[in-house]
Design a protein around this ligand. Structure first.
Ligand code: SF4
Ligand code: SF4
Length: 157
């Protein structure tokens, strides 16, 4: 990189409007919230990993070990469906920083990105579920042919 015709892009949970990961969960431990964020209840998750197989974006990951974080590095601003430490044996994914975005802030990746590349991709919070909405002008979504209706929009310059 750079190479003609090639690009690296971040691919996290696309906060799908029609999420296949939700449909396969045998214990209803994952669902889309009214504001469009797809969440996981880590206390309900049994770690079967069906959702990992169902996600066409590889956005879910299994926790193989207990979290080990020094107490002074634990973020006290936690959300039960968001950034709290996830225990061994459950699946997790990007939570669209629910503990921030519900307060009107942008996701932490937006603030941390050294090149500002995340600004276009994350400046729109997932919109309320509204059927098959189209990507904003000038943007595209990944694997649109699958009918998942992602809420992450990619702008290319
Ligand atoms: S990207 Fe994957 S994990 Fe995220 S909502 Fe869509 S199907 Fe589910
Ligand atoms: S790993 Fe957890 S969230 Fe995923 S399908 Fe199984 S129980 Fe549901």
């Amino acid at each position: 990189m750079p190479a003609p015709g090639k690009a690296y892009i971040p691919v996290q949970c696309q906060q799908c409007e029609n999420p296949p990961c939700v449909k396969v969960c045998p214990v209803k431990a994952t669902w889309p919230e009214p504001d469009g964020i797809v969440v996981i209840d880590y206390n309900q998750c049994i770690g079967c990993r069906c959702c990992m197989s169902a996600c066409p974006y590889g956005a879910r990951h299994f926790n193989w070990s207990e979290p080990s974080l020094p107490a002074d590095q634990v973020n006290p601003n936690m959300h039960v469906l968001g950034n709290r430490p996830r225990m061994r044996g459950v699946v997790e994914k990007c939570t669209f920083c629910i503990q921030r975005t519900r307060k009107g802030l942008l996701p932490a990746c937006h603030d941390a990105c050294p090149t500002g590349a995340a600004s276009s991709a994350t400046s729109s919070t997932p919109s309320p579920r509204s059927g098959s909405s189209s990507p904003p002008s000038g943007s595209s979504v990944l694997k649109s042919e699958l009918g998942t209706h992602p809420k992450f929009f990619y702008f290319y310059s």
